[in-house]
Write a protein that binds this ligand. Sequence first.
Ligand code: ADP
Ligand code: ADP
Length: 229
Amino acid sequence: RPSIVFDNVVFGYDRDREILHGLSFEVPPGGNVAIVGPSGAGKSTIARLLFRFYDPWDGQILIEGQDIRTVSQNSLRRQIGIVPQDSVLFNDTIGYNIAYGREGATQDDVIAAARDAAILPFIERLPQGLDTEVGERGLKLSGGEKQRVAIARTLLKNPPILLLDEATSALDTRTEQDIIGTLRRMAQHRTTIAVAHRLSTIADSDMILVLEEGRLIEQGSHPDLLRRD
Ligand code: ADP
Ligand code: ADP
């Protein structure tokens, strides 16, 4: 059964302004989906609905077959790991930032958990060790390094669905491709939804949803969409 279903979802933030006008799509389990479209199209709104920051006016959203209104906040947060565009790191070590939420985790714990969750490729690409301090007290991580830490932190919780909300949009293309490539190689069993605006992020997605003014105007793989032009 599909991992995510949007069934005729209607939503707006203000009563007098509808933003999503009956949106329907399905994401298969393990699928790599990209949601693209111009600024203001409603991409982040989809992400917010998935996280139940808001509920639709009409229609239904299913996660693993369940109406998300019947799913508790806790299990929703276990099911969906989100990586935002600008992740906030704690003024602490890289290891602490990755293991945040695991009380008393030692570095060895982090490494073991990282190995179990197969996120070592993310950590190993960092030029510094897990005990390196970030923030004011230590070195400054670059934007790409910060996002690697943020993605590793989310992956450590092993969510079946990973939602990247412009998570790599602020990075240069090469860093972005490197990060997305790593993700693709390691997260094949995981449903991944990337909200993005750059073609390089989405070229090898299984399915691309093109959103414009709250409507799905195209849906297909990258070659499909190119053929239609
Ligand atoms: P995208 O992510 O595609 O750039 P958004 O989903 O952020 O688009 O926004 C879709 C529309 O909803 C835009 O017209 C935006 O102005 C509006 N919008 C977004 N957030 C809010 C909000 N909190 N309150 C009112 N309108 C909003
Ligand atoms: P800039 O990109 O202008 O240098 P950033 O906001 O990206 O500024 O962050 C600069 C550095 O500050 C980052 O490398 C990061 O290590 C650190 N940093 C950012 N936010 C936090 C935070 N909330 N806590 C600790 N360190 C942070």
